[in-house]
Design a protein around this ligand. Structure first.
Ligand code: GDP
Ligand code: IMO
Ligand code: MG
Length: 485
């Protein structure tokens, strides 16, 4: 049981939200005069020929938002993206692949997106799968078909980057073999071929969507890649080698289908930026699964933060106006790796059942624990988060107390952040701030004032400790079950 600590006095929720909110930032930014040229105007004036070309006439600045998961994934990004997509013209996935499972619930109907951006359900939004994504052609075709069966035709609005790497069946077979070879120390991947595909990308041996322009050459290269993967699988003495002939048919069929959707999406985004389009960038996974800053090696193989959005889309940082961090009101994690706040008792099981914490991609039970603000604070600092979307607050209803982890202690020393070394994190003991719980259902709450006082205090504590305002509060899975501040 966590030790009770005195909570810090909290300020009024609305006050913190307003004073720190970046609301209005778009209009401020777009009305800004172009920055002065670096060389002094005097130098330019005194020269017969201008040394520096005149600044271009002011162009509309793209108004764009980035949505990132600030925990270990499954924070509820899909729901937040769906909500914000109605205010966006272009929705972009930038990293990860079909390891993602983003749930959107509209009118009681649940849709889980893996590769397609979650904004796809808004018919007006153009959807982009950026260059940083690792794209499984077969999985994408399945997803397109499932959506079409539900009445949503996504293909005409979808653009796939010609620079996006392709996940082939060989990558999935290799993923399984590498995991099997690791035995007890396995990462617990989603087995979607993500790691092996990124390995090929970095090793400069991968195949990209642009290679689909010439299917005969693509097939030859794919066969080479299959053979290389099979050699590796044999060497690992684990997993099952891929049956090349039976795998090639469905792969080529899917590739033929998606080939017409492939184009230079960076050029498309640059033009859309010039036209003043509003963008929404959809992060996948969460910052604690980032290959650099996550709980390495128990991470995914991409940069899940703002860096991955830049390198995975081709748009410069100058176009990102607001970074929204999605935080679940408690913590979950799927797969292996240290998880200091994990609850291995009945409370953890109760959170899992109430929150339906079973993987949207693999169906695996998610490990559950109280909110970890050390991890979330780290994620905020790494990504310059402007506002928090707090999800699943309703799931905490019924808890007598709601502890929040506010620091880690290792060998009697307070760390104040997430340590890089796995053994330190594995030994980290949470320091708790214990807040009172509430028993009222939050399902019908649509304003802050509708929330019980204890729930408001929980939110205030989060934003005061993070020094980032909360802009949205999820009170149920449905599209409308949200408080917008
Ligand atoms: P993502 O990967 O971050 O998009 O999240 P997932 O879709 O994997 O998991 C989040 C789950 O929580 C989904 O089942 C959502 O429908 C659900 N969800 C999202 N927001 C809320 C909320 O505020 N309350 C409740 N009860 N469920 C929510
Ligand atoms: P969304 O976008 C939760 C986890 C896996 C595993 C590790 C590496 O729905 O939040 P990988 O297959 O990527 O090589 O697995 O990362 N993982 C996720 N956990 N949500 C996700 O995506 C995840 N994507 C990968 O469980 O621990
Ligand atoms: Mg998910």
């Amino acid at each position: 049981m966590p030790a009770t600590k005195q909570p810090r006095p909290s300020t009024a929720l609305a006050k913190v939200g307003k004073s720190q909110s970046k609301a209005g930032k778009h209009s401020v930014k777009s009305s800004k005069k172009p920055a002065p040229a670096k060389n002094s105007p005097r130098t330019a004036k005194s020269a017969t020929k201008p040394v520096v070309r005149a600044a271009p006439a002011q162009r509309p600045t793209a108004r764009s938002r980035v949505v990132l998961g600030l925990q270990w994934g499954d924070e509820g990004k899909g729901k937040v993206i769906d909500l914000l997509a109605k205010e966006s013209e272009v929705v972009v996935r930038c990293q990860g692949g079909a390891n993602a499972g983003h749930t959107v619930v509209v009118g009681g109907r649940k849709t889980v997106l893996h590769l397609l951006p979650s904004g796809v359900l808004h018919q007006g939004a153009a959807c982009v799968i950026g260059n940083g994504v690792v794209l499984d052609p077969i999985a994408l075709c399945q997803e397109l078909d499932e959506l079409a069966a539900g009445g949503c035709e996504a293909a005409p609005r979808l653009r796939i980057s010609d620079r996006a790497h392709l996940v082939l069946p060989a990558h999935k077979a290799l993923d399984a073999a590498i995991e099997a070879a690791k035995g007890a120390s396995k990462v617990g991947t989603t087995l979607r071929g993500i790691g092996p595909c990124y390995i090929d990308k970095v090793a400069r041996t991968g195949l990209r969507a642009g290679d689909l322009r010439n299917l005969a050459t693509f097939e030859r290269k794919a066969r080479d890649l299959f053979a290389a993967a099979n050699r590796q699988i044999t060497a690992l003495h684990a997993g099952t080698a891929i049956e090349v002939e039976s795998a090639m048919g469905p792969l080529l069929q899917a590739c033929r289908r998606i080939a017409p959707l492939v184009s230079d999406t960076a050029a498309f985004l640059h033009q859309a930026a010039r036209d003043g389009s509003r963008f929404l960038f959809e992060g996948a996974q969460g910052v604690l699964l980032d290959v650099d800053f996550g709980t390495y090696p128990f991470v995914t193989s991409s940069n899940t933060g703002i860096g991955g959005v830049i390198t995975g889309s081709g748009l410069s940082h100058k176009h990102f106006d607001e970074v929204i961090g999605v935080v679940k009101a408690y913590s979950t994690r799927v797969g292996s790796g240290p998880f200091p706040v994990e609850l291995l008792d009945a409370t953890g099981e109760a959170l899992r059942q109430r929150g339906r914490e079973f993987g949207a991609t693999t169906g695996r039970p998610r490990r559950c624990g109280w909110l970890d603000l050390v991890a979330v604070g780290f994620a905020c600092r790494l990504n310059g988060v402007d506002r928090i979307a707090l999800t699943k607050l309703d799931i905490l209803t019924g808890e007598r107390e709601v502890p929040i982890c506010v620091d880690y202690e290792v060998d009697g020393e307070r760390l104040g952040t997430v340590p890089s070394r796995l053994d330190d994190l594995a030994r980290a003991k949470p320091v708790w701030e214990v807040l009172p719980g509430w028993s009222e259902s939050l399902a019908a709450c649509r304003t802050i004032a509708d929330l019980p006082a204890a729930a408001r205090r929980y939110i205030e504590t989060i934003q005061n400790r993070l020094e980032v305002p909360v802009g949205w509060i999820g009170v149920g899975p449905g599209r409308d079950e949200i408080i917008v501040i």
